[in-house]
Write a protein that binds this ligand. Sequence first.
Ligand SMILES: Nc1ncnc2c1ncn2[C@@H]1O[C@H](COP(=O)(O)OP(=O)(O)OP(=O)(O)O)[C@@H](O)[C@H]1O
Ligand code: NI
Length: 327
Amino acid sequence: MKNDPGPTAPVLSVRGLSVRFRMRGGRHIAAVADAHFDLAAGECLALVGESGCGKSVLASALLGLLPGNARTSGSALLDDGTDLLGLGERSLARTVRGRRIGLVPQSPAAHLTPVRTVRAQLEETLRELTGARRPALRPAAEQAAARASFPAGHLDRYPHELSGGLAQRAATALALIGDAPLLLADEPTTGLDRELVERTVDELRRHADGGRALLIITHDLAAAERIADRVAVMYAGRIVELADAERFFGEPGPRHPYARGLLDALPERAFVPIPGMPPELGALPEGCAFAARCGRADDRCSVPPPFDGALACHHGVRADGEEPVHA
Ligand SMILES: Nc1ncnc2c1ncn2[C@@H]1O[C@H](COP(=O)(O)OP(=O)(O)OP(=O)(O)O)[C@@H](O)[C@H]1O
Ligand code: NI
């Protein structure tokens, strides 16, 4: 079951979020540009797009986890008005990470503590975030592991003894512990087989159905379709379409030509890849960044299309699903 978002303030409200990396020689990389979306309690938003389009940078910006050469602008408000982008490292570490925002990181192996077993890490996080103490700690850790389909028999292993899929499940188990009102899951199903993908996605969905907001970043459009209420499609650092998931994956389908291309590339659909490659984020064209790969491009695309809250395209399919008529 997917819940209707309630009438309360969004759990997360992102406005004009941009991230630029300063590089040697004064060069800049515009990794995220003017992102704009809300996320309500009980809602799941899937952020999709090709590798390198800025999805993880966006998630890292929300948690203050960007490297020193990154500059962020815009705002990312929690429901009490706290602007995540304005918080210092101390507040982020003490009050936000794990407590208000959970993270399933994209590279779980890098985030697990190498010298401690999975059990020790689960117990420590439980102690810190839930106040659990012995003897309740041990069963609580086993329960936390089970939620993410992490097998109890592997709890006494160290991170380097885990396969990628097991590390992934350990990271998911850790991220679910604080029961944070907002969960960011960056590729939480990497390295899992289809059955485990579905189990993980269904557990995350239950988490959202319990009233938490979930931002899931994924390459896996089938997983996105299974879990999401809405879909945000990112291309070259910009959100180019934000749509209701049912409409996006069903009828009338995506409105942005790039989003149509992503779906058409699926083996179970047309299996036709999008021609060409995404542009370098350090050398973006003046106009629409997708124009060079787009079958609909014309002179209008030399001006960047504004994002109207749902679409950034001069030619996209109309909101009622009708194809635009060309003069
Ligand atoms: N530390 C950094 N310094 C400079 N540029 C960076 C840095 N981190 C990321 N980038 C730039 O930001 C872009 C977006 O990276 P990001 O990791 O967000 O992509 P992604 O959409 O998550 O891709 P993937 O699906 O492969 O995880 C990269 O292509 C790179 O150009
Ligand atoms: Ni990523």
